[in-house]
Write a new protein. Sequence first.
Length: 133
Amino acid sequence: QEFARIVQAPDPMAVLRQLLAVHVMETDCDDDGALWTEICAAAKRKPRIAEVSARMERAIVDRLVSVFQLVTQSTDAARQEAFVIEARMLVLLIKASKMQVADTSDADIELKLRVQRTIDDILNSLSKDLPKC
């Protein structure tokens, strides 16, 4: 649903940036973090859960890569490999930020802002490749 909103937007990268910021900064869905933590722990013990978890993450990475391809209009194979790495990094950052134990201190807010700046850096690096109109 979020990816459909992104690809249909006039500025897909701006919508992606906004949605990722919500995932980093929101605290309403703290159950997501607990779920990710449980999945990761179970995946370490049970190969079947690891397979399902990896498949789910690959699907998210594939969707992110399709957004990057859309906005950059790039079909270069080397660029596609870079897109996969950037997408995997975004998934890692969001997942890790969700798995953090809730903390309302200024340090927690600073950490979330640091994660957001890192995400922005990744998206800005991709934005350098946007076609010029």
